[in-house]
Design a protein around this ligand. Sequence first.
Ligand SMILES: [Zn+2]
Length: 686
Amino acid sequence: MTETILKEVQQLRAEIERHNRLYYLDAQPEISDLQYDQLLKRLQQLEQEYPQYDDPSSPSHKVGGEPIAGFVTVPHRLPMLSIDNVYEEAELAEFDTRILKLLDPSESIEYVTEYKIDGVALSLIYEHGVLVQGLTRGDGRQGDDITHNAKTIRGVPLHLTASAEQPIPPYLEVRGEAYISNSDFAHLRAAQLEAGEQPFANPRNATAGALKLLDPKLSAARKIRFFAHSVGYCEGIELPTHMAFLEAVRRLGIPITPEVHAWPTWEATLEQCHRMMEQLHTLNFEVDGLVLKVNSRDQRARMGTTSKSPRWVVAYKWEKYEAQTKVLEISVTVGKSGTLTPLALLQPVEIAGTTVSRCSLHNRDELNRLGVKIGDWVIVEKAGKIIPHMVRVEEHLRTGDETDFVFPAHCPECNTAVIQDEGGVYIRCPNPACPAQLRETLRFYASRSAMDIEGLGIKLIEQLVEHGFLTSLSDVYRLQLRRDELIGLDRLGEKSVDNLLAGIDASRNRPLWRLLTGLNIRHVGRTVSQALANQFGSLDVIIAQTEEQLAEVNEIGTVIAHSVYTFFHTEPVLKLLAELKDFGLNWGEAREATAPPPVVTGPLSGQTIVVTGSLTRFTRDSIKEFILQQGGKPTDSVSKQTNFVVAGEKAGSKLEKAQKLGVRVLTEDEFVHLVDSQSSVAPETT
Ligand SMILES: [Zn+2]
């Protein structure tokens, strides 16, 4: 009998831990919160009835043990230093310059980018896989022992999971950020207000307060979570990079900071910074900046620390401003690719010196996540250089007069039934003749970033679409035949019509990349357009390329190649292009070598090769030259099309990617040997 009980207890524990990992590590829960609670209740019940089977590291203990009498201060084995802050991109660039000076000029540097979570810094200590201590940062030298509360943090395992890849180290100190999610915070605040309590100002205050509660059951109720982002004092775990360390921590079962990646160049790092700043609205936790770290632990050790902070890390922060305001209306706009974007019209409110009266709600999923109704009071935030976004609804201020917003099933412009983007979050109007799309398509085509047509602004476009002058892109050039009719239109005098027509005429001679941009091909902006124009010279040559040939252009990967190829093999597009060509638009000049570049045959013929890390026999340029001489094709990024990767010392993310994709990896010696052995084979004779 008791044996079956023990078995059930063990099964329940394993099952609950599995669900914890699915929920907090993989963000892919398999069961509902209710089902999870039932499992936990059953376990607690058994552990109470059969105390002989209770175990301090059972997941049931995460609800909180006995209250403590007071806090004990404990020194950190390694100080928890602060990080240097910068607030401008120029200062961020100085960080890179400083780093470069600290290292040997021949070394390559990888930077890791992370969100800086606006929570409370925490150190978690595991001895032989068991969580034994949780410490606050305190003054950096010593912190408060909050172990009783650390145990209740969601997703923090009471004991680590060993795996073949990652055995349990004897001593592991993981550092990170404790936080409360935005949605949990909204509920917490609503409950406080309902109970007549003074509500917390923000999630960080609520987290800090919760960690300093004496009664862990109260702390558990706040639903604190944790992201690991660094390593403290460790024994028995040595890893060459920060990324490898985070991966090890994740394998052991501790949630790590999300959206963390390593980048091989400063340019790529900066690009990612911009991307992350644009994605802020998708996060369910507060962020007050980005953190950039050198990936290599060896390089870090050589850079060392100043008296205050490590030299290999910097925080790129921004001031955050938020305001409460009311949602007056929610409308939906249709963009140039037919995307329906919900937009909240707000009671105007001043945030950080500017008046905010509208804010994008991005897509239907975001709208659902916020649960916003018309008439709701909401918190709108403006963080640094970022456009305002809606943080949360102040549900406790609802009066019952708010009205639900129903996302339209039909395009608000043309009434066509809308569709959901394949695999995406966007809802689109599929009607290519939709006036909203036409308007947006024309506006973009005529804009400065594309064909730069003087005199053709949005107001005039709206007017011309409305009067049937513009029903397609090529109609722009038909306007030249309708001068007299145009002069009859509202607000259009003879002079402005002539200016417009001159502007349109001039646009026929724009460089090819502008036309390519103006065609609004998915994923094709200015950079890709210029790359295509430079590589192939003329539009006809571009259209004649296969998907594979397109993908071989440096700035273009398989995704963009697919998009370009598909675009140019669509019937309406071909018709449009034929018309535009007839109107005499600049089609570009076919390169003298419409004929393919001379093919060098050699031992590496037909092989696409990526080189990474530092080599002993070659410089970066000389190995590329060498590969070309041997008939191969050197490229910069690893994909499934890569035949092999030559990896030197300190190879980083490209090597990881190659291993992930199963691309063959050669050392420098193996590579040289391969070329030598192939060279001795006599070339085929005809
Ligand atoms: Zn439509």
